[in-house]
Design a protein around this ligand. Structure first.
Ligand code: ADP
Length: 393
């Protein structure tokens, strides 16, 4: 079964084509476009390429297209990307302005270009459906909660892949199996020994998730992907009183405040250098104090959230790093794990330094009680598997 995964960034379009056969999968092709302002030409060009490279005879040979939709109002899980999904994306478009409009446009584009090819959405919030009410409820009036304002959690496909892969690496087939079946058979009960993972997805946008026995217990991201760690150019956590105060003192509107928090904050806002972690790291190394502050603040926030989940889960067996920064920034990984010998965390500097550029590996010392691992992100595979199941139903 040929399944295309469409990854629609606010300024990019990336894709992967999989051939799925039961649990087995092989990736046939991948590609992408940067600085995208319109999706239709990219999708047309992608189809042309897939055909000329011999992966497809025509677009309609695709069995399904999968979308990593972000936040739906009153909707999550893996579902057909129909009008209900478009309405759910529309319902929360103000909450995820960088993501929801892009996915709505992308889904409509495929509907127009390939009307007969099934479209399936896997929401990034799906992995968090077993979170406890005490963990997802904000202490706000009922009328606000009735609007759907609560913690959701994001990067679900990525963290779910980490839940499965860490279990495999630790030889815990019971947990790996549970994770693979989550969206089919639900969480059920779990009798095995605990497997607790502090999962750090650190990329253009970043989050930390606590995973106990294959289930997410919480995320640093809350109501929107705007919260939690400092992001590339988005703010992360901020006290709610800061917005009315800044509006009054700076004489700006709420909309302008929102724009600044969405586009001029995060690593860019703190460093004044760039929204790209590599540039910020370089500037810090050459003595730029603001850039150093930005990197330090990211490390501090990762430790803050990992510490919170460590406490909530009563410990951890694994700390995992994934995505652009997590897979490559050796110094940052060392800083996140520094001084934790008392908790049983000890990094092997050589293993840490050599596990970069898409390499998977254990970077903790052999006598470290908690294993520290680097796992290349593979959210597309998680989506392809769920799409396959949805289409095979
Ligand atoms: P996205 O969330 O956009 O998919 P990625 O997971 O590709 O992003 O991560 C992009 C981030 O990873 C960028 O901030 C980039 O600077 C950072 N990154 C890539 N390589 C390195 C590196 N060697 N050191 C530090 N950061 C890196």
């Amino acid at each position: 079964m040929k399944i295309l995964i469409a990854n629609l960034g606010s300024t990019s379009f990336k894709y992967r084509l999989y051939d799925m056969d039961g649990a087995a999968s092989s990736m046939l092709a991948q590609g992408g476009f940067e600085r995208v302002s319109e999706y239709t030409p990219c999708i047309e060009k992608m189809l042309e390429d897939l055909i000329s490279e011999g992966h497809l005879a025509s677009g309609s040979e695709l069995d399904a297209v999968g979308f990593k939709t972000v936040l739906g109002k009153d909707l999550s899980g893996c579902v057909d990307a129909d009008d209900r999904v478009l309405a759910a994306l529309e319902g929360f478009k103000e909450v995820a302005p960088a993501h929801n409009p892009a996915y709505a446009e992308g889904i409509r584009c495929f509907e127009r270009l390939l009307p007969d090819v099934r479209r399936v959405a896997l929401f990034e919030t799906a992995f968090y459906q077993w979170m406890e009410p005490a963990a997802y409820s904000y202490a706000i009036p009922q009328a606000w909660r009735d609007l759907g304002i609560r913690r959701y959690g994001f990067h679900g496909a990525s963290h779910k892949f980490i839940a499965e892969r860490t279990a495999e690496l630790l030889g815990r087939e019971d947990v790996a199996q549970r994770v693979r079946q989550l969206y089919v058979s639900g969480a059920g009960s779990f009798e095995g020994a605990p497997l607790r993972v502090l999962s750090c997805h650190l990329g253009g946008s970043s989050s930390v998730t606590g995973i106990r026995d294959g289930l997410a217990i919480g995320s640093s991201m809350g109501f929107s992907p705007q919260s939690g760690l400092p992001q590339n150019n988005r703010v992360g956590d901020l006290d709610s009183m800061a917005i009315p105060y800044a509006c009054k003192m700076l004489g700006i509107t709420v909309e302008e405040a929102e724009r600044q928090l969405n586009k001029e904050s995060g690593l860019l806002g703190l460093s004044g250098v760039s929204n790209d972690a590599r540039d910020v790291r370089e500037a810090a190394a050459s003595g730029n104090a603001d850039a150093k502050l930005a990197t330090d603040a990211l490390v501090d926030s990762i430790r803050h959230w990992a510490g919170s989940f460590f406490f909530k889960m009563g410990g951890a067996e694994v700390i995992s790093f994934t995505a652009g920064i997590g897979e490559n920034d050796v110094e940052l990984r060392a800083a996140v794990c520094a001084g934790l010998e008392g908790l049983g965390v000890k990094i092997d500097p050589e293993a840490n330094a050599s596990t970069i550029r898409g390499k998977e590996g254990v970077i903790s010392a052999s006598d470290s009680k908690i294993k520290v691992v680097v796992i290349p992100a593979n959210e597309e595979l998680v989506i392809a598997r769920e799409v396959y199941r949805q289409v095979s139903k």
